[in-house]
Design a protein around this ligand. Structure first.
Ligand SMILES: *Cc1c(COP(=O)(O)O)cnc(C)c1O
Length: 467
């Protein structure tokens, strides 16, 4: 590196202008984002063309770079942080989570090994214990801190694959999958696509899947389960991505336990029901599974890029994800990389720890119960409007809305999105076009729901006048 840019950077480091600018831009953002249009305006989207430039030859002024990002980036963000974003299942972020992540940005820790970040290692151990206690999982359960549930599903299923083959004296790491004993996969017809992705990546193949029929909420029909055995991985859901429904863990885990099958739970957003007094019944029996995938960034509202894989068979998980090298320094403390696919990764546990510590058990309970109550409020208010129907039992935070026909539903959805008062996405529910509403933000208030329902009402009116 040429010394002139090095000198320049040391100057930026000491005079703090760029950091202060970023801070002020961020404050401006959070002052506005909870009230502004939920989706970027056409103008903001058009202005993104400002980024269509060649990689510059010479270095730019630090303020210019940041200013460009703020001027054209900020208005083009989707306000997923606010209280009226109901698309997909997208959590907001608590102030403490943003602040802790902000501070940790400057630390730039890599919790791959204890020796690389004793702090990261300590917080991962602490949060592992907190989560195991919170969800009432077996004490021996280990946690890996990954980017999200996609990755957590992959890790949990990798552990399952390792264990099932190991039990038959087949070492997957050494011998690979070719000629390995066959692994069976049993899951419901509405398994999340990231589960299928993991099955594909792990080389198990989608054709292997023995699909089980589901009921009208998307729950596995227990009577339709095939005979399970010790070569089977059963994949269940805590929170159907459309309806929010939960599989019958009590019954299915008991059957699996008798058969010696492995149970993996995709609990991306729904596992958190287990931390809420009034909703705990939904996850009853879930502690009898072998591995669980859950997000911090959805229901718990940590900043994005925060998932956790939990596995009661720590040996299977670490064996599945193990790596070594002459330069690796193993510790008697926690070395995070043995629980994740990555070696280097950011210390996302910092904001997860901060969020859990800030909320405490009561705060978690209160925040998630509010999401549930706002979902019920949405369902009640929308049902009261002629032309809307609610298609699911609102057991958690998801509401499925339908209009009189698929065509109207599609038009209404488009209008809702264009009105930008709130944002919801579409889906297909038992062959019908539907609008999915996911209440997943700490910030959603009663008034946000009424305002959003009003926008739905307006969207329906517009679709009628246009017809
Ligand atoms: C969101 C979601 C996933 C994927 O999680 P990411 O954090 O986006 O990787 C998997 N399963 C379910 C049920 C989900 O809702």
């Amino acid at each position: 590196m040429k010394t002139n840019i090095q000198e320049q950077m040391f100057k930026e480091l000491s005079d703090k202008t760029v950091f202060n600018k970023a801070q002020n831009y961020a404050y401006g953002y959070i002052d506005n984002v909870f009230n502004r249009n939920v989706f970027p305006t056409e103008e903001a989207l058009d202005n993104l063309s400002n980024f269509d430039e060649e990689l510059p030859t010479s270095s730019a002024k630090v303020e210019e770079v940041l200013s460009q990002l703020n001027t054209y980036g900020s208005p083009a963000t989707v306000s997923t942080l606010g209280g009226r974003y109901f698309g997909f299942v997208i959590g907001s972020a608590l102030p403490i989570g943003l602040a802790a992540k902000h501070l940790a940005t400057y630390w730039d820790q890599v919790p791959a090994m204890h020796v690389l970040s004793p702090l990261g290692s300590k917080l991962e151990s602490v949060v592992e214990r907190w989560l195991v206690e919170l969800f009432n999982f077996p004490k021996r359960t280990s946690a890996g801190f990954v980017s999200g549930t996609s990755s957590a599903n992959l890790c949990g299923l990798a552990a399952a694959r390792y264990r099932i083959l190991k039990n038959q004296n087949w070492d997957i790491n050494k011998q690979g999958l070719f000629n390995a004993p066959k692994i069976r996969i049993v899951t419901g017809r509405q398994a999340h696509s990231t589960v299928l992705k993991a099955i594909g990546i792990l080389g198990l193949g989608h054709d292997t899947i023995e699909w089980v029929d589901v009921d009208n909420q998307g729950r596995i029909k227990v009577d339709a389960l095939p005979e399970l055995d010790c070569n089977t991985i059963v994949i269940l859901q805590a929170g159907n991505v459309n309806s929010g429904a939960f599989d019958d863990f009590e019954t299915i885990c008991a059957k699996a336990q008798i058969a010696g099958a492995w149970v993996h739970i995709d609990g991306a957003f729904g596992l958190w029901a287990g931390a809420v007094k009034q909703l705990k019944y939904l996850t009853s029996g879930i502690e009898k599974a072998n591995s669980w995938a859950v997000d911090g960034h959805k229901t718990l509202n940590t900043p994005y890029d925060c998932g956790i894989v939990l596995c009661e068979d720590s040996e299977a998980m670490t064996a599945a994800l193990h790596m070594t090298g002459s330069y690796i320094i193993e510790s008697t403390e926690r070395d995070g990389m043995f629980y994740t696919p990555e070696m280097s990764r950011r210390a996302r546990v910092i904001e997860l720890w901060a969020t859990l510590k800030y909320l405490g058990k009561n705060g978690i309970d209160e925040m998630i119960l509010n999401m549930h109550e706002r979902a019920k409020q949405f369902a009640n208010e929308i049902r009261a409007i002629q032309g809307f129907k609610v298609e699911n039992e609102v057991v958690f935070n998801q509401v499925i809305v339908r209009c009189e026909s698929d065509t109207i539903t599609e038009q209404v959805l488009k209008n809702v999105q264009e009105l930008r008062e709130c944002w919801a996405g579409g889906s297909v529910w038992f062959n019908h076009k539907v609008i999915r509403v996911s209440i997943c933000s700490w910030a959603t208030k009663t008034a946000d729901i009424s305002r959003s329902v009003n926008s739905f009402k307006k969207a329906l009116l517009i679709s009628k006048t246009n017809r």
